[in-house]
Ligand binder design. Structure first.
Ligand code: GSH
Length: 232
């Protein structure tokens, strides 16, 4: 069975939702990133990047064991393992799917992550940084809203990995001070995805560990302090 080394964050949820949508059996291995599990040797044996998600498929291509990190690579692998579901088969839909997946990986994920860091987690509030990432979050919502004015789903007519990879970063918009009513096409798209049973199962993985309170100093030190420099 596929092992998913993960934690209930947007990047983890992308993979949980993909597995649920594809109906592939999987085993969850929690990596508590607030406690420093991402620096443990057993996790670093799978990924040199000490970030969730990562997977191990003992029955990978050619029957060989495969380890993978980076959520988009994992999602494309899982889709292909399931016979190509969730990536459109028509060439234009396929490239649109890849385009919007890369938009998420290169834009939405990093920019929203930095917004979260400077607006919510950083002790020192730096106005320039907060303004910079607030503007980026709004700009990326505008780009999504424009795309979703011309197409039902990000890849076109079909629900695909492009939607799944983006959705976990759009849900809980209050965390980014965003009102989805300002982006009506994104709201329509968000609500349709949120209603899917597989999505609801995916975002419910490891419910007991969903972040509720503010980050403690110890957690901050693990995630943003010197811990990572000690890892070889
Ligand atoms: N580009 C990576 C990003 C992964 C990532 O940033 N994961 C975060 C949780 S959402 C993490 O593991 N953080 C642990 C840390 O910063 O030490 C992907 O898409 O898989």
């Amino acid at each position: 069975m596929i092992e998913v080394w993960t934690w209930p964050t947007p990047n983890g949820h992308k993979v949980h939702i993909t597995l649920e949508e594809l109906g592939l059996p999987y085993k969850v291995i929690p990596v508590n990133i607030s406690k420093g599990d991402q620096f443990k040797p057993e996790f670093l044996a799978i990924t040199p990047n000490h970030r969730i998600p990562a997977i191990v498929d003992p029955d990978g291509p050619g029957g060989k064991r495969l380890t993978l990190f980076e959520s988009a690579a994992i999602m494309i692998y899982l889709s292909e393992k399931a016979g190509g579901k969730l990536i459109p088969h028509d060439p234009i839909g396929r490239y649109k799917c890849l385009e919007w997946m890369m938009f998420q990986m290169g834009g939405v994920g990093p920019m929203f992550g930095q917004y979260n860091h400077f607006a919510n987690y950083a002790v020192e509030k730096i106005p320039y940084a907060i303004e910079r990432y607030t503007n980026e979050v709004a700009r990326l919502h505008r780009a999504l809203n424009k795309r979703l004015a011309e197409a039902t789903w990000l890849a076109g007519d079909e629900y695909s990995l492009a939607d799944i990879i983006t959705f976990p970063w759009i849900r809980n918009p209050e965390r980014r001070n965003i009102d989805l009513d300002d982006y009506p096409n994104v709201k329509r798209w968000h609500d349709a995805i949120a209603a899917r049973p597989a999505v609801q199962r995916g975002v419910a993985v490891l419910p007991e560990y969903q972040r509720k309170g503010v980050m403690t100093d110890a957690e901050r030190e693990i995630m943003f302090g010197k811990t990572q420099f000690a890892v070889r």
